[in-house]
Design a protein around this ligand. Structure first.
Ligand code: ZN
Ligand code: ZN
Ligand code: ZN
Length: 282
């Protein structure tokens, strides 16, 4: 049976650099190079409303992700998205926007929903600025913490802590007639605000970049602060909300569903999000 509209679809579950990770020769990436079934797309959440599709974050895998979403929605892949919602400006979350221009999709006026600061940066800097100037994209500035309606969904951008050199970072609360999701793929820490958002949603899809602190052996590990899955598991263990992890780094043993770490996540009723999984909201 086709899913009840509106619904969300997990379109990607790994960190900005992909899996296999660009330029990486670690054993996990070498294995995923040899075995296509192990490959994953960059973190993104698709939304299907009664009027069409929308995507949270425009990743480097945007082309295949919008194709998959249109198929699940039972719509033509040629129908332009109702909205492209951005969490922040890091590469894995915006590079797909570049495919909206004349050389690629060449739509007119596809709405980009983002904070005022993020939109201003995109509209001032190439190659994104030209997409707005030439009318392929139109900007919709979202006031932080205010509701915006997207057909039969209510969307609220929630400010979260994450290093933001040129803009700011939000998670999204997506509320359907029956169920709601809190989606926050990039976080520097699980703050009391974030805990409140997790508690208020039926499903939370959270930053699971690293399984444990110290997973990155590089000396710059402190430059990429993310809450470790192991810590988030204990921080949210008493909350009723269904918790799924996304945005996994190639070093994360949670990428292998049979690893000891994946089993430990499932043992507390949480798990890593699965690409292609549908979450009904209606
Ligand atoms: Zn990211
Ligand atoms: Zn690797
Ligand atoms: Zn980021």
């Amino acid at each position: 049976m086709p899913p009840v509209v509106p619904f969300a679809v997990v379109l990607g579950t790994v960190q900005d650099g992909g899996f296999p990770h660009v330029g990486c020769a670690c054993p996990a990436c070498e294995r995923a190079t040899r075995e296509p079934s192990l490959r994953r797309s960059v973190a993104s959440l698709g939304l299907v409303t009664r009027k069409g599709i929308a995507v949270i974050d425009a990743t480097p895998d945007f082309a295949s992700q919008t194709r998959r979403l249109a198929e699940l929605a039972g719509r033509s892949v040629a129908d332009p998205p109702r909205a492209l919602l951005l969490t922040h400006l890091h590469a894995g979350h915006v590079l797909g926007l570049a495919l909206m221009g004349r050389e690629a999709w060449a739509n007119t006026g596809t709405p980009v929903w983002a904070t005022e600061k993020c939109l201003a940066f995109l509209q001032r800097n190439e190659p994104f600025a030209a997409l707005f100037r030439d009318g392929h994209l139109s900007g919709r500035a979202l006031p932080l913490g205010w509701d915006a309606s997207l057909d039969d969904l209510v969307i609220q951008p929630i400010p979260v802590h994450h290093r933001s050199e040129n803009g700011d970072t939000v998670g999204y609360r997506v509320e359907g007639p029956e169920r709601s999701i809190f989606y926050a793929p990039d976080l520097d820490s699980v703050t009391p605000d974030v805990i409140g958002q997790i508690r208020a949603a039926d499903i939370a899809i959270l930053d699971g970049t690293f399984f444990r602190r110290g997973e990155l052996s590089r000396t710059d590990a402190s430059a990429v602060p993310h809450p470790a899955i192991a810590d988030t598991m204990s921080a949210v263990s008493r909350i009723d909300t269904k918790v799924l992890f996304t945005h996994l780094n190639h070093t994360n043993p949670g990428l292998d569903p049979d690893s000891r770490e994946s089993r430990a996540i499932r043992a507390v009723g949480m798990r890593v999000a699965r690409e292609g999984e549908v979450i009904e909201l209606g």
